[in-house]
Design a protein around this ligand. Structure first.
Ligand code: HEM
Length: 442
């Protein structure tokens, strides 16, 4: 028998889930406790967990017991069959090993200046007299950063073309209806799926042209992620094919930029609503500069900046839940889960759990200065052998961008009520994008 579920009709539950999963999760948790089932049309039964001990059990299961690739299958048309997010078992481990090296902590400092430059260039263009939305600005910065660090593109025109093609494809892909497999059909150039497929094809043409150019490039001193992947070899000595590289590069672009931009937008929403904290962080950042110049390695080590980012990812995780598909019948918390059930450790519910976090709905970065939380209590990047490979990259990048914004401007919120959450594909973003004004420039 599966854990308890509401009697809300499955189609209504799906519609509510696609609009905003947070109230759906909160209602069921309040009624049933730390393990319950979500039943929705088109989707297998989802067993949601909000108990850290159960999450620990799931994250430490053997790779052949629970598969994550199968739970991500809705993303397959966007990312391709070879995407790391789509793979399971030995193939997943093989690709993960190849992809992990460029994301290793010690490599991050080589990307610090590129990150700061992208942020500073964009901030210099922000309007001085009218309000604007931060989320859109952060999307532009994080996309530029990922194109430069992943592809190592230094040609301005080619970088701009790639950014444009990706933006157009991703803007269409944020429509939550496209996550429903039954609606993933091409009914001509005007249908949502038809439009998306045509944009994807145009972006792919740019990818393959770039791959070709880089295969012909003999420069062995490059440090961008594509160069490292082109040189990477399996244990048996084989290199990645063009199709594999395409799928992994698109995955890095898609998984790596919208998530980070959304996390930044939420961080500023909480920070700007708390002026004394904002000023404290301002002091920390400004004291780390040298004659007004930002130093990547110093920003990376600022304790309050680090705590602010962790607290923002706690209170408002960008991805509310991860999924693992049961491969053979298993027992969890006394329930028998049949093959095909999806287990969903809920990042959103656990990170707002009373008893675990004091006053959980309050934005209070100090809790991360005072103590450490385990990987089953704070896991905005997922966990186990599927934990986000871009975690260190994203945390470092957020430090560079927040540091640059604070060092060059003083911002004011141009909205009064806290924003609602709105779903953009698999992420939860602040509705309205966080409207701000530049109060002064430094
Ligand atoms: C704040 C920013 C980010 C957040 C909140 C985030 C969150 C996540 C989450 C929740 C997962 C699923 C983990 C699981 O199933 O347990 C994931 C996987 C992944 N992320 Fe991120 N991510 C972020 C940034 C990035 C960046 C910058 C990159 C790369 C440039 C990236 C690349 C990936 C990849 C490749 C996977 C698949 C890992 C696997 O299946 O083995 N992410 N991320």
């Amino acid at each position: 028998m599966l854990p308890p579920a509401t009697t809300v009709p499955k189609a209504i539950q799906l519609a509510r889930w696609l609009k905003n999963p947070a109230p759906v999760l909160e209602e069921s948790q309040a009624r049933f406790g730390d393990i319950f089932t979500l039943r929705m049309t088109y989707v297998p039964n989802f067993v949601v967990l909000s108990d850290p001990d159960l999450v620990k059990e799931v994250f430490s299961a053997a790779p052949d017991e629970l598969h994550a690739g199968k739970a991500n299958v809705v993303l397959q048309p966007f990312l391709g069959d070879h995407s790391l997010l789509m793979l399971d078992g030995a193939e997943h481990l093989r690709h993960r090993k190849l992809l992990l090296a460029p994301f290793h902590g010690e490599r991050l400092s080589t990307y610090g200046d590129a990150m700061l430059n992208s942020a500073l260039k964009s901030i210099a263009r922000w309007p001085d007299t009218r309000a604007f939305t931060l989320h859109a600005e952060f999307q532009e910065i994080t996309l530029d950063i990922i194109i430069r660090t992943v592809f190592g593109m230094d040609d301005e025109q080619r970088a701009a073309n790639m950014a444009h093609a990706m933006r157009e494809t991703l803007d269409l892909a944020t429509n939550p209806l496209l996550l429903v497999p039954a609606l993933q059909v091409d009914l001509g150039p005007l249908s949502p799926w038809g439009k998306f497929m045509r944009k994807r094809k145009a972006a792919d043409a740019l990818f393959y042209a770039e791959l070709q150019r880089r295969r012909e490039d003999q420069d062995t001193s490059r440090h961008d992620i594509l160069s490292l992947l082109l040189r990477a070899r399996d244990d048996d000595g084989s290199a990645m094919s063009d199709l594999e590289l395409r799928d992994q590069l698109v995955t890095l672009l898609v998984a790596g930029h919208e998530t980070t931009a959304t996390a930044l937008a939420w961080t500023f929403r909480w920070l700007l609503a708390n002026r004394s904290l904002y000023r404290e962080l301002e002091n920390e950042v400004l004291a780390s500069t040298e004659n007004g110049k930002l130093i990547a390695e110093r920003l990376a080590k600022l304790p309050l900046l680090d705590a602010v980012i962790r607290e923002s990812l706690r209170l408002q995780p960008v991805v509310p839940m991860v999924g693992r598909v049961v491969q053979k019948p298993m027992k969890l918390a006394g329930y028998d889960l049949p093959e095909g059930t999806v287990i969903g450790p809920s990042i959103y519910l656990i990170q707002r759990r009373h008893g675990l976090y004091q006053d959980p709905s309050k934005f209070d970065p100090r809790r991360f200065i005072e103590r450490k939380f385990s990987p089953h209590e704070w896991f905005p990047f997922g966990g186990g052998i599927r934990r986000c490979i871009g975690m260190a990259f994203a945390l470092y990048e957020m430090k560079m961008i927040i540091g640059a914004v604070i060092a060059r401007t003083s911002l004011l919120l141009d909205e009064t009520t806290p924003p609602a959450m709105v779903r953009r594909s698999i992420t939860l973003a602040p509705k309205g994008g966080v409207r701000v004004k530049v109060q002064k420039r430094r």
